[in-house]
Ligand binder design. Structure first.
Ligand SMILES: [Zn+2]
Length: 125
């Protein structure tokens, strides 16, 4: 990948990372507001904070996964391996990178993995 593209790519990944963090902070604030309205003074402090933590973990999981993928993509840009499929070593399609800038595999490998996951689920059940 050429130099200038690399910088703008990093910037757009970092921007996306920030947006996810902001969105997840807003969601936490919403949950807090909701909980404040529902707060029952009879409920024990301990059980309340337990509930709080499990809800926040739920909200954060998707965001954390996406942020981890973005971080991995940023690391690949620095390492010079960005845009190369982790599975087969072929270049990832430009179209795919446009849609999923932190994609670590090409469309073929992603499809294969998805089919494999489905097959695994089917044989397990
Ligand atoms: Zn591949």
């Amino acid at each position: 990948m050429r130099g200038p593209d690399r910088e703008s790519l990093k910037q757009s990944l970092q921007r996306r990372r920030r947006l996810i963090l902001e969105a997840s902070r807003r969601t936490s604030a919403d949950i807090d507001a909701l909980r404040g309205a529902e707060r029952d003074p009879e409920v024990e402090e301990a059980s309340q904070s337990e509930q709080e933590q499990s809800k926040l973990a739920e909200v954060g999981e998707v965001e954390h996964r996406e942020i981890a993928q973005i971080d991995a993509a940023l690391a690949r840009i620095d390492a010079g391996t960005y845009g190369v499929c982790r599975e087969c070593g072929e270049e990832i399609e430009a179209k795919r990178l446009e849609a999923v800038p932190y994609a670590a595999t090409c469309a073929d490998c992603a499809d294969r993995k998805e089919r494999l996951a489905v097959a695994t689920r089917l044989t397990r059940s």
